[in-house]
Design a protein around this ligand. Structure first.
Ligand code: AMP
Ligand code: ZN
Length: 109
């Protein structure tokens, strides 16, 4: 499958990795919209939240967000997931924007 985030998960294309474990990887957004803008993704491919996410994967994502935020050293942050083209989803591999540093409208992410 030609999916940029699957390729990042497999190490086939480079990314500035913040946190990684067996199920999850996080890396800096290539086009940051805030001083801190990191993407947390499951390594397994899911299109978005409309696919059934097995509970262990959902739990791993939440852990990945926590561990990412700890590594970043930020205290307050937002988590945003765009689901569907109309909501601004451009990469159709489930991902969560972790954003800190400024207040922005979710619609601009
Ligand atoms: P979304 O609009 O919610 O689908 O977000 C996709 C995000 O992925 C955008 O913020 C892009 O800047 C980011 N992005 C796309 N390709 C890459 C890449 N190769 N490395 C890091 N971030 C990327
Ligand atoms: Zn993928």
């Amino acid at each position: 499958m030609d999916c940029v985030f699957c390729k990042i998960a497999k190490g086939e294309i480079p990314a500035k990795v913040v946190y990684e474990d067996d199920e999850v990887i996080s890396f800096y957004d290539i086009n940051p919209k805030a001083p801190v803008h990191v993407l947390v993704i499951p390594k397994r491919h899911f299109t978005n939240l409309m696919e059934e996410i097995p509970p262990p994967v959902a739990s791993a994502i939440l852990r990945g967000i926590r561990e990412t935020v700890k590594k970043l050293g930020v205290r307050d942050y937002r988590v945003i997931s765009n689901n569907g083209r109309g909501a601004g989803q451009e990469v159709f591999h489930l991902h969560f924007h972790v954003i800190a540093g400024i207040t922005i409208s979710p619609a601009t992410v």
